[in-house]
Design a protein around this ligand. Structure first.
Ligand code: C5P
Length: 221
């Protein structure tokens, strides 16, 4: 990392995992801890940026020096990210955003009834915040970064996802039962549309965060 190379920049980072409610007590969620997004926020503060952290359901303490906006669902995350992105130099979507949400929300707790099968849960698509930002670029020249967790054909799936989303950088993580989610350390590769691949050695999530900011700072200058 280069000291203070993000001074005067506003960066937005999303972190954590969205929860999509079924009823007042139940939700569809995922295993994201928020650690990678929080590491991105901390390292950006250390490099001099003004940081807005949009955090979904993370139990981690607020990073010192960042503006933290707490959200629950993908819809709330979209609103908060788009609002903060209006004047942002870079947006890094490290959050695990639910691709789908329940089509309907029961305002009272869903009950089991003797002798009756449960109602199926019908899902609808959530907006793809990363694809929307990449297409619209609320601020000209803004750098948009996505994350992808893949279990197999990591590079091929990552390349396809980079093209589909239209972002400037895609950080591809290989995930599995004990890899990445909730872990302190990770291993990844950062893909760019020019075909470049930046390998990220296995190590603390701060190390990956600093490599992301190096690549972002290059593209901003
Ligand atoms: O399509 P997939 O969920 O694998 O894409 C992951 C990337 O897209 C992450 O950067 C995530 O934050 C972002 N994403 C999003 N909105 C969604 C789903 C994913 O911004 N609805």
């Amino acid at each position: 990392g280069q000291a203070m190379d993000l001074a005067g920049r506003h960066v937005v980072v999303s972190a954590g995992g969205t929860r999509e409610p079924l009823d007042p007590v139940r939700f569809l969620g995922n295993r994201s801890s928020g650690k990678q997004g929080y590491a991105l926020a901390r390292t950006a503060v250390a490099r001099g940026a003004r940081v807005t952290l949009v955090a979904a359901n993370s139990e981690l303490p607020d990073p010192a020096g960042a503006d933290v906006v707490r959200v629950g669902t993908a819809t709330q995350m979209r609103e908060a990210v788009l609002k903060a992105a209006a004047d942002a130099d870079a947006v890094v979507m490290a959050a695990a955003v639910a691709d789908f949400r329940p089509a309907s929300y029961a305002s009272g707790k869903i009950k089991k009834r003797d002798g009756q099968d449960p109602e199926p849960v019908v899902l609808v698509r959530n907006p793809d915040i990363l694809a929307e930002l990449s297409a619209e670029r609320p601020r000209p020249g803004q750098i948009v970064v996505g994350f992808a967790a893949e279990t197999d054909d990591v590079l091929a799936n990552g390349r396809a996802k980079l093209a589909r989303k239209g972002c400037d950088l895609l950080v591809v993580n290989e995930v599995g039962e004990r890899k990445t989610f909730g872990a302190e350390r990770s291993e990844a590769v950062v893909l760019a549309p020019d075909g470049s691949e930046t390998p990220v050695p296995f190590g603390p999530k701060e190390g990956l965060a600093d490599i992301v900011w190096d690549l972002v700072a290059d593209r901003l200058s």
